[in-house]
Write a protein that binds this ligand. Structure first.
Ligand code: PHE
Length: 340
């Protein structure tokens, strides 16, 4: 099968490969259907093997398909005499000329892309959850039933149909578990909403990034490793982290994760960390068994960690900003990097 995958050159090849192995009467599908006929003691192991094979094959095929599509789109652009790919107007679709400065990506978008690249490099899938969540996704599935006092930690915007604007990217955890099963790692960056009184540190609309890794023998050591590696990559300097006990209903044990302050200069007072050397960075912990169970995963066999950090907070640290309201202000001077 590996050889066949390597030989795929066109989208039609990919379709044929899909039909042969993954389609309705594909080989892997048939074997999965045949599970019911094999000896019950072997069924679970064989089932797990087949599911992994199916997922890995799907992922490989998807990547090849994506590369072929990109190459085809590129070739089309390069060969079209009406499109000049060296002209910024072609791809920014913005006016240029004297006195007009070209546009750029919003600082939050830049940070999200950077974070995505770093985590993708460590094998994480990038997920995109909806901004409107059901009450189940945002709370109940996260071990936070109605009347749970922890619901008060997040003042929620409710919609008239009973759904809400997600208060946390954790609202996508349940979906990710159901989609990827008991062994995966994924992040889900996006916008979240809370009914906050606005000040320099609080916005009603801000950005978070959820992360999950589930599998066999996953421990807090893995969490520490990935957070340290990610932060070191974002700040391009060696970052230390420490964990303090913290409460979130969907993790047990739960932690507040602090990162070593990037602004401290020796001998000077640091206003960012108040000279403590640490800045509070995110909530995290080992996923609560109830949350795993709710996602269809057996907590006696699998464990996982989850974290949720503020992209907005990260952007403030990265660009040394002391007011989060700039991000949604639409202020051009700020967006062009000219103000603090
Ligand atoms: N969702 C939590 C918050 O918004 C952060 C968190 C995510 C904590 C995952 C633990 C695990 O505060």
């Amino acid at each position: 099968m590996e050889k066949e995958l390597k030989a795929l050159k066109t989208l039609a090849d990919c379709q044929a490969f899909h039909a042969k192995y993954l389609g309705k009467s594909g080989e892997i599908t048939k074997q999965l259907q045949g599970l019911k006929d094999i000896e019950p003691s072997k069924r679970a192991t064989r089932g797990a093997e087949l599911n992994i094979l199916r997922r890995e094959t799907e992922e490989k095929l998807f990547k090849i398909q994506h590369d072929i599509e990109a190459a085809e789109a590129n070739a089309k652009l390069m060969n079209d005499p009406l499109i000049d790919v060296t002209n910024p107007l072609t791809y920014t679709a913005r006016p240029s000329g004297p006195g007009v400065t070209p546009g750029g990506l919003h600082p939050i978008t830049q940070v999200i892309r950077e974070v995505e690249e770093i985590f993708a490099g460590m094998g994480f899938i990038i997920e995109d959850g909806p901004e409107i969540a059901t009450e189940y996704e945002c709370f109940d599935a996260l071990n936070c039933p109605q009347e749970h006092p922890a619901r008060d930690m997040q003042d929620t915007f409710w919609l008239s149909d009973g759904r809400c604007l997600r208060t946390q990217t954790s609202a996508w955890q349940n979906h990710m578990m159901k989609k990827y099963g008991p062994e995966f790692r994924a992040i889900c960056p996006g916008r979240v909403f809370r009914n906050e009184a606005l000040d320099a540190r609080h916005e009603n609309t801000f950005f978070q990034c959820e992360g999950m890794m589930i599998g066999k023998d996953i421990s807090i050591a893995n969490l520490i490793y990935f957070m340290k590696a990610a932060l070191t990559a974002v700040f391009k300097k060696d970052i230390n982290i420490r964990l303090r006990p913290g409460y979130f209903p969907f993790v047990e044990p739960g932690f507040e994760l602090d990162a070593s302050c990037v602004f401290c200069k020796s001998g000077e007072h640091c206003p960012v960390c108040k000279s403590s050397g640490w800045v509070e960075f995110c909530g995290c912990g080992m996923i609560h068994p109830n949350v795993l169970r709710e996602g269809g995963i057996d907590p006696t066999k699998y464990q996982g960690f989850a974290f949720g950090f503020g992209i907005t907070r990260l952007a403030m640290l990265k660009y040394d900003l002391n007011d989060c309201r700039w991000f949604n202000s639409g202020n051009l001077e700020f967006l062009q990097g000219g103000t603090k």
